[in-house]
Ligand binder design. Structure first.
Ligand SMILES: NC(=O)c1ccc[n+]([C@@H]2O[C@H](COP(=O)([O-])OP(=O)(O)OC[C@H]3O[C@@H](n4cnc5c(N)ncnc54)[C@H](O)[C@@H]3O)[C@@H](O)[C@H]2O)c1
Ligand SMILES: O=c1ccn([C@@H]2O[C@H](COP(=O)(O)OP(=O)(O)O[C@H]3O[C@H](CO)[C@@H](O)[C@H](O)[C@H]3O)[C@@H](O)[C@H]2O)c(=O)[nH]1
Length: 473
């Protein structure tokens, strides 16, 4: 048996590496149109892999060129694979019908058309990308109208890994979900895929459903997770007005086994490529199916998140005497969470943009994100943000002006030297072990710290002399 995966990104790369590790008798080929990304996956120097994930380079070192292969030859991989995973990106549409809401399925459709053109024999096509419910039907329609000599089954097998813990999540998932047609052929395909995961995951954790339940479970899971963060963040705002402490509340409610303690960390706002995109997608589907009340309900999870990011940026501006113009603000962290180099939808981008609007001078330090990525994020924000009202940079700022105002450092102390304020935006653990006394001595006074992750010890910092703002306290 051979496995092909189209899309060598944050999902395709780690997922296939783990399958290759656990199934040494199966050849796994990951293909991508992006030649640079494939070259990075094939780089001898494992620190150059395009995805940073704890533990990933070890798995790649073990499997690469044994039974794990990275290639740009999409056609050959489609021809060879018995099981073809589609793990391409499905971003929010930035144009036309459904702009700013619906998932852009053009990359998925392209895969289906390519498979239809090239593949023959028996194939199992697996939706690994996160897709709107009923996408499998569109794939089937494209395949059955265009393919020749192809007998296929489409399965939905959404991925639940979280970045930063992807490798651990893939080796020990809470569950694997496989949806397929409830016909003899569909059930056989489900069983084939199940038998691969069953090599390392107990069968009772492999859930089999129909395709539509599987597709919709993924959007629902992400919406529930994000909803918890928006819920605790909404309470953080109330805490700041009343003297209650959001961390104490999270602990108090989290010990109720019906609520549970995870995902109750108040923050500057959730980021990442999935939560916002998937909720917007859910909202779009609800509106499409004429369920406005349901759509409004879920849309508020995002509105609350926008509010939290805006609130944090405004807090900085207000505290710095209502203007940050010409002031040096240092952002500690740019990634959307710790232990990843991914910056998609990172709260840092929104907060920085709001500060730039108020003419701040921004200095950034992140242990894993490159300067090119940071400038690209700000440029993208300039063009594509859903609502300018949120934090979009005044469209009139040129890329050059942006670069003049944003300085990226590869050393944290230099980034904080002579700063007016520090905004901690990602919970990288190294931030808590810095010499905060030395940092204080080199900052303008009053020296402000805005901890968007409640990572630092507030009492210790206050004792040094800092003015400290934390979320919900
Ligand atoms: N990132 C996550 O943590 C995560 C977790 C679960 C699910 N997902 C979902 O998985 C999907 C992929 O996410 P990602 O973060 O890996 O995206 P990504 O952007 O990191 O990777 C997608 C890759 O697909 C490639 N690609 C696009 N069209 C192609 C084509 N026609 N042929 C070959 N390659 C093509 C792109 O060049 C890119 O390298 C999305 O639907 C996402 O919602 C992501
Ligand atoms: O209590 C919490 C937990 C998370 N976050 C933030 O929420 C965002 C998302 O975090 P997380 O869910 O850990 O990472 P993702 O990689 O985005 O993973 C989510 O999105 C993936 C893509 O669909 C899913 O596969 C995962 O199950 C789902 O957790 C990050 O900005 C976190 O900092 C908080 O603010 N508070």
């Amino acid at each position: 048996m051979k496995i092909t995966c189209i899309g060598a990104g944050y999902v395709g790369g780690p997922t296939m590496a783990v399958i290759a590790d656990k199934c040494p008798d199966i050849d796994v080929t990951i293909v991508d149109l992006n030649a640079q990304r494939i070259a990075q996956w094939n780089d001898d120097d494992l620190s150059n892999l395009p995805v940073f994930e704890p533990g990933l380079s070890d798995v790649v070192a073990k499997t690469r060129n044994r039974n794990l292969f990275f290639s740009t030859d999409v056609e050959n991989a489609i021809r060879e694979g018995d099981i073809i995973f589609i793990a391409v990106n499905t971003p929010t549409k930035t144009y036309g019908v459904g702009k700013g809401m619906a998932a852009d399925l053009k990359y998925v459709e392209l895969c289906a058309r390519q498979i239809a053109e090239i593949a023959h024999g028996e194939k199992i096509i697996v939706e690994k990308s996160t897709l709107p419910v009923r996408t499998a039907q569109s794939l089937k329609t494209i395949l059955s109208n265009n393919a020749k000599n192809l007998s296929f089954q489409v399965l939905s097998n959404p991925e639940f890994l979280a970045e930063g813990t992807a490798v651990q999540d893939l080796y020990h998932p809470d569950r694997v979900l496989i949806g397929g047609d409830q016909t003899p052929e569909g059930l056989k395909a489900i069983e084939t895929l199940t038998s691969i995961y069953a090599r390392w995951i107990p069968r009772e954790r492999i859930i089999q459903t129909n395709v539509w339940s599987s597709e919709l479970s993924k959007l629902t899971a992400n919406s529930f997770l994000a909803q918890r963060i928006s819920s605790i963040n909404s309470i953080s705002a109330l805490c700041e007005q009343t003297g209650a402490n959001v961390s104490e509340i999270a602990k108090a409610i989290g010990t109720d086994s019906r609520i549970g303690s995870k995902f109750l960390q108040a923050s500057v706002g959730f980021g990442g490529s999935c939560f916002q995109k998937d909720i917007l997608n859910l909202v779009y589907l609800c509106r499409y199916f004429n369920l406005p009340e349901v759509a409004d309900y879920w849309e508020h999870v995002i509105k609350m998140n926008d509010y939290q990011k805006r609130r944090f940026a405004n807090k900085i501006i207000e505290t710095l005497f209502n203007s940050v113009s010409g002031k040096k603000i240092t952002c500690l962290g740019w990634a959307f969470k710790k232990d990843t180099n991914d910056t998609r939808e990172s709260a840092a981008i929104y907060v920085t943009t709001a500060l730039l609007r108020d003419k701040a001078e921004i200095h950034v330090y992140d242990p894993k994100v490159t300067p090119e990525q940071i400038y690209a994020d700000l440029d993208y924000m300039k063009q594509h943000h859903r609502s300018n009202d949120m934090t979009g940079i005044a469209g009139d700022m040129t890329t050059k002006e942006l670069k003049d105002l944003v300085h990226v450092h590869n050393e944290p102390y230099e980034a904080m030297d002579k700063a007016h304020a520090i905004a901690l935006l990602t919970e990288w653990e190294e931030f808590s072990s810095y010499d905060w006394e030395a940092i204080y001595n080199k900052m303008y006074k009053p020296a402000f710290v805005f901890d968007g992750r409640n990572l630092l010890q507030k009492d210790k910092l206050s004792k040094i002399g800092f003015e400290v703002y934390t979320i919900g306290n």
